[in-house]
Design a protein around this ligand. Structure first.
Ligand code: ADP
Length: 479
């Protein structure tokens, strides 16, 4: 089986969140199962700088009026196809935002062009490689199945994965004529509350829809989580599958991770304390025996960071320390910086994105706080499990599916791996803090939960099997 994966991010070349991690890791896990994946990514400035050994694969002479070169190379185990359209992708700033942090105004055009290139490859434009299935990710590539339906005879099946339904690619209807689709495609597929919806179009036209955990697959059937798309998801419910993400257990391995102050394993857990000291030093925290909590997150409403900021004082009053790494809403960044100023030695904040530091924090913190209002899958709790950092999580989406709450029964049977709580308001967080402190005081139980987490299989193995089964059934049906 040959899969064309189309993604606007792929770790380690370009990542702004979980999408990048998944697009970078899933192909490697699939390769171990005999599935050959080529990953199409945009030729952002940083990508073109990082890769070497480019071989010209194809020249696109008309992608909505743009010319583009398709390069092929291999990078850290990934077979990459890179769409080089300098006009659209060779820019300063992030993949979606300019250096001032504003969305590029032509994002609709950048990712329509990118999606169209994916559809052309799916239709067999490359002389020596034709995929048996297309796997698109999120709104940025959701137009690929739309183009496959209208611009080409639909020959191969497509899968569209929702990593976060909150990001939908909704644009003014005025852009429709520039998408190069027939007029009837507007009402049939992409129309979304009078606008053009990229994700909506993809969900309407993809052969199958997946999302990144079984719980989230159920939640998005309802308005609170479906965010306007719940009706469509319900109409297509038989095509929806929830497959939980895994993590790259080579990149995230406490025994070999070079970002740690000291490596450790299940058997040498006490050596975590060196990392704990290193985290305290890095964040200007007192080096004492009080529980060290961390946050590694986008600082946004989705992640419940407003509720956390409101309860920092109580966490400190209970005797905890807190290390926060993140960036996002300016008001939340200020709220955490203020908390650090109020509690010197107890709360430390680093604003920004820092991959090495995030590894050290997982290795040195006692617990990670993840009070998300919704969480399609979530990866930080999976890293935490692997690193013996106890996840304290809101009971939603993938957090619900991957963490076993330390109830009395779960503690007794030895299955507990973390703490779950129902997130309603700040009181729910206070309740979670108290439970975490109580568990921390019971050293034996705490260590048991840590070790059970470290023994949990968070690799891609089982999930890759689920993708292979889905791909195979779609390809078999399509023949
Ligand atoms: P989302 O994709 O919604 O942001 P996930 O938990 O699925 O959330 O994935 C977030 C990824 O980004 C994880 O790999 C996490 O470690 C990483 N991350 C988030 N914020 C930071 C940060 N400030 N510095 C380093 N890594 C971060």
């Amino acid at each position: 089986m040959k899969v064309l994966s189309i993604s606007s991010e792929a770790f380690p070349l370009v990542k702004t969140g979980g999408l990048g991690d998944v697009a970078g890791a899933l192909p490697l896990a699939l390769a171990a199962k005999g599935v050959q994946t080529k990953t199409l990514i945009p030729g952002y400035t940083q990508v073109m700088k990082a890769v070497t050994g480019l071989v010209k694969k194809y020249e696109f002479d008309n992608l909505l009026g743009e010319q583009g070169t398709l390069w092929e190379t291999r990078y850290k185990g990934l077979d990459l196809l890179i769409l080089d359209v300098p006009d659209l992708f060779d820019r300063p700033g992030g993949p979606y935002i300019d250096p001032k942090g504003k969305d590029y105004e032509d994002n609709w055009r950048r990712f329509a062009v990118f999606s169209l290139a994916g559809a052309k490859i799916a239709a067999g434009c490359l002389p020596d490689w034709k995929p048996s299935l297309v796997h698109a990710h999120d709104w940025q590539t959701a137009m690929t199945p739309v183009y496959m339906r209208y611009a080409y005879e639909r020959e191969i099946p497509s899968v569209l994965t929702i990593h976060n339904i909150a990001f939908q690619g909704q644009f003014s209807p005025a852009i429709f004529p520039a998408l190069g689709l027939p007029a009837h495609a507007f009402m049939e597929s992409v129309e979304y509350y009078g606008d053009v919806g990229f994700l909506k179009g993809g969900l309407q036209t993809a052969t199958a829809i997946t999302t990144v955990s079984p719980s989230y697959a159920e939640e998005i059937l309802y308005p609170q989580f479906g965010m306007g798309l719940e009706g469509l998801i319900r109409a297509r419910v038989n095509a929806v599958h929830g497959i939980v993400n895994g993590i790259d257990t080579d990149v995230w391995n406490p025994e070999t991770d070079t970002f740690l102050a000291r490596n450790y394993s299940l058997k040498t857990l006490q050596q975590r304390s060196t990392n704990r000291q290193a985290v305290a030093a890095r964040f200007g925290l007192h080096d004492d025996n009080s529980p060290l909590f961390c946050v590694i997150s986008r600082l946004t409403w989705q992640k419940g960071m407003d509720l956390l900021a409101e309860t920092v004082d109580e966490l400190v009053r209970l005797g905890g320390r807190l290390a926060v790494l993140g960036s996002g809403d300016a008001a939340l960044e200020h709220a955490f910086l203020n908390a650090a100023a109020r509690h010197p030695g107890r709360v430390g904040v680093v604003i920004g994105y820092n991959e090495p530091l995030s590894h050290l924090m997982q290795a040195g913190s006692d617990a990670i706080l993840i009070p998300s209002r919704f969480e399609p899958c979530g990866l930080t709790q999976l890293y935490a499990l692997r690193y013996g950092c106890i996840p304290v999580v809101a009971r939603t989406g993938g957090l619900n599916d991957t963490v076993v709450d330390a109830t009395h029964a779960a503690l007794t049977s030895g299955s507990a791996t973390g703490i779950q709580f129902t997130l309603n308001d700040t009181n729910s967080l206070l309740y979670a803090y108290r439970r975490a402190f109580k568990l921390y005081e019971d050293h034996k139980s705490w260590t048991k939960v840590q070790k059970q987490g470290m023994k949990t299989d968070v690799s891609w193995d089982a999930s890759a099997d689920a993708y292979v089964a889905l791909y195979s059934s779609l390809v078999a049906k399509g023949q």
